[in-house]
Design a protein around this ligand. Sequence first.
Ligand SMILES: [Zn+2]
Length: 296
Amino acid sequence: VAAVNTFAGGRLDRAGPRRTDERWLAERRADPASRAVLATSDGVVVHDGATPALVALTELPPEAELVLLGVDGAGAAVFAADPGPERAAALAPGAQLRGLRDVAGEAAQADAGLLAHATGLLNWHRRHRFCANCGAPTAMAEAGHVRRCPRCGAQHHPRTDPVVITLVHDGAERVLLGRQPTWPPGRYSTLAGFVEPGESLEEAVVREIGEEAAVAVTDVRYRSSQPWPFPASLMLGFEAAYAGGEAHPHDHELEDVRWVSRAELERAVAGEGPLLVPPPLAIARRLIEGWLARTA
Ligand SMILES: [Zn+2]
């Protein structure tokens, strides 16, 4: 079984068919066993560093909107709510408000998945208060999985933006990495970009590598994916084989691109620099480690 990327691996039953069952939803909102995960625009509420603080619904301010995440293994409903950064930590005594990326490196797999799920859905609500079709305020429906426009009738669904992220290799000896100017000195990563309308994932890989590094690639192979709720991406991890061209930064998104040898990459993954690679929570790191293991 392939390793699951950070932010995947949540354990809730998402209970999709229940989202339109108003009676069941009303019962869950009144059920003392129901809990809410708290997430705000500033981060998530956790205790002991990285465990989601699940609070009873009666603890929440009455105006807090509840989004259904699903049902846990004991049959209790789990919601997400955003009580605002000022109130969030106070609702769960002893808990802290922390950035999701900071928490993710320390959290158990299923906890990181739960926090990413809550964050992604609440990010969408926060940014879609108004109808994209006519501009009127929209209202939450289907337990928080739809927003409806009362003026024009449009229905809006939670958005996930696909990003392709690709490890380019030349067989078994070298990989092509790039760096953005804002990254820590020495940090390099695999190349990534948003999928555009009217484009397959494979086409997006070929286009992005050409735009960012001026090289051609072939033999595009899917590896794994990762929810990335910053604010709403889905990272789709690929490998592709180098097929020609001299690598150089091409479209100003990257300040450098370079071929990295297997030995240098192995040292970086072991933390023995000088090259720095992304931390284990990033799919880029999983692509690098997967390639090293498979081609060893
Ligand atoms: Zn509208």
